[in-house]
Every structure is written in C-alpha cells, then in structure tokens.
Design a protein around this ligand. Structure first.
Ligand code: AMP
Ligand code: MN
Ligand code: MN
Ligand code: MN
Length: 282
C-alpha cells in the first residue's frame, strides 16, 4: 500500500451473529462502509463461519477486507483474547484448533444455566441458546441478553457485574486454548497474532510484562492499542508499551451490536503516530 497506514480508517475487530454479535456479516460490512471504514476485519470468537459472506459483501461494496478471528485463551487464571488477522479460513490447523476451543462451550453454557436457575432464573440455557445465531457458540453475552429481556437487569453490562464474572452466581470457569496454541494456529493459517484489548485483563504490571514476553516468544506480532473499550489514557499507555517492546499496533471497535457496544464500527480511538499500524501489510 502506498498510502500512510495512519491515515486509513481501519477497524480490525468486530463480531457478527456467527459469535456474539447481533448483525449478519453482510450487514456489518454495510454499516462499516456507511461509517467510513476503509479496511475491516471480521473477528468472531473462535469461529470462521461468517468470513465468506463478509468477504463477498466487502467486494461488492468496495471496502477492503481482512479475514480474522478472536481466539479464547486461558492464561494464568485469566481469559485472554488473541485476534488473528489475515488468516486463511481453510487452514486445517486453524479449523481444527477452533473446533477444539468451541467444543467445551455447550457443557459450560448448561452449567451457567444451572447456576442461574439456582438464583431464580430457570430456563436460562434454553433462552440463551435461542438467542444465539450459532448453536455451537452460546456465550455469556447471550445469557446477558436473555437476562435483560427478562428484566433481571437494565443492560448487558449490569448483567455481567451481577451474574457472569468470577465470584458471581453465573460464572463457570473454563479452559480455553493455550496462548502458544492460539498463536500457532493463527500463524499456520498465514495470519498475524494480536493481543486484543490489553487493558481489559485483570493483571498487574508484572504479570502484564510476563504476558507480553510470552506472547512475543510464541510468535505474537501486535497489541490492540486502540480498542473501542480503551480510554484515551489506556491507548497512550499501550502505545508506549508497543513502541518500547517492539510490537506493532492494531485498532478495532470490538463492535457487537448497535445498542451494546463501546464504539460503533470505525469509531475506536485513533492510533498514535508513535506506533506501527499492523495493517501496513494490507
Ligand atoms: P464468553 O466467551 O462466553 O466468556 O463471553 C465473552 C464475551 O462476553 C466477550 O467477548 C464480551 O463480548 C462479553 N463481555 C465480557 N465481559 C463483559 C462485560 N463486563 N460487559 C459486557 N460484555 C462483556
Ligand atoms: Mn464478545
Ligand atoms: Mn475480546
Ligand atoms: Mn471481541
């Protein structure tokens, strides 16, 4: 690309109803186009099913598209999300790896349902599953939407605080993939691995340093410095870290739905000039 990548409106993180977003892939692409996005990636959780539809819509609308995924990882008691960008959706390693990550979801969702039933919300599993566009991907977000619909809380964020996080009666710990596995699958598929929304992890400085060292060692390339869920201070902090540690930087809204998301498509904070945009290669 000849254009300065900093001048491009890139949104490299969002979700369709193939995971826990509410929109169809083609509708997401239309919305991105309407919002002035130049380059977008669809990054459904542990799932590649929406990529073909999104790529086709992007070609029709004349918007540049990068196939992506957001892989769930268990690391030191925390769940990390690793975004893979530029992945081949037909990569056997990636396809098999993600199938393994998805395989435990249903049993986990049933357990979440049992815990919620014990605090007065019977039928939560069936309700959440009915709200999921993808039967193999019932997520906490679907439980949250169901509980909002029932009037248990005003919005999805309130449900998470009350029910779906560690220590609350609807949280079921789960083993996802290992950091090295997730990065290996992404790289085997020809993609680059990005540590998603680093400010969201509940870790101190020391653990963050360890996390980044391990991420680099296993082949990680970039940090999502500009996330829709990051404050301006967090963007500055992770831009400093990316520049100091030699990581490239990514930008993504993490858009899930028109009413729930921190940022609409194309409206994540802008990347500071001090970092190298990961999308220079596209
Ligand atoms: P799961 O993969 O089933 O554990 O669900 C994780 C998803 O829940 C994330 O991708 C977010 O979309 C959503 N989520 C996690 N924490 C929160 C929160 N505090 N508020 C709103 N949504 C959240
Ligand atoms: Mn999500
Ligand atoms: Mn995430
Ligand atoms: Mn996400």
């Amino acid at each position: 690309m000849n254009q300065d990548p900093h001048s491009i409106n890139a949104d490299l993180h969002c979700h369709s109803f193939y995971s826990d977003g509410t929109l169809a892939p083609a509708v997401l692409v239309q919305r991105a186009k309407a919002n002035g996005v130049d380059l977008m990636a669809l990054t459904d959780h542990d799932e590649l099913g929406g990529l073909a539809e999104a790529a086709e819509a992007a070609a029709d609308l004349g918007i540049r598209f990068v196939p992506g995924v957001e892989v769930s990882v268990s690391w030191g008691g925390e769940t990390l999300h690793i975004v893979g960008l530029g992945v081949d959706p037909d990569s056997p390693e990636l396809v098999a790896g993600l199938a393994g990550v998805r395989s435990g979801r249903d049993a986990r969702a049933r357990e979440i349902g049992e815990q919620l039933a014990a605090v007065g919300h019977a039928g939560a599993y069936e309700g959440a599953a009915a709200m999921a566009g993808n039967a193999g991907l019932v997520s906490r977000t679907h439980f949250a939407r169901w509980l909002v619909e029932r009037g248990a809380c005003d919005d999805v964020r309130a449900v998470f605080l009350k029910y779906l996080v560690p220590g609350r009666p609807g949280y079921v710990p789960h083993h996802w993939s290992r950091l090295s596995e997730a990065v290996n699958w992404i790289r085997a598929a020809g993609g680059v691995a990005v540590l998603a929304h680093p400010a969201r992890y509940r870790v101190g400085e020391l653990a963050l340093t360890t996390m980044l060292e391990e991420f680099r060692t296993v082949g990680g390339t970039a940090i999502e410095v500009a996330s829709g869920s990051h404050t301006r201070d967090q963007v500055r902090r992770f831009a400093r870290i990316a520049a100091a540690e030699g990581f490239e930087a990514s930008r993504g809204s993490d858009f899930h739905s028109p009413i729930e998301s921190h940022a609409d498509l194309g409206y994540a904070p802008v990347l500071p000039d001090s970092v190298v945009p990961v999308w220079h290669r596209w």
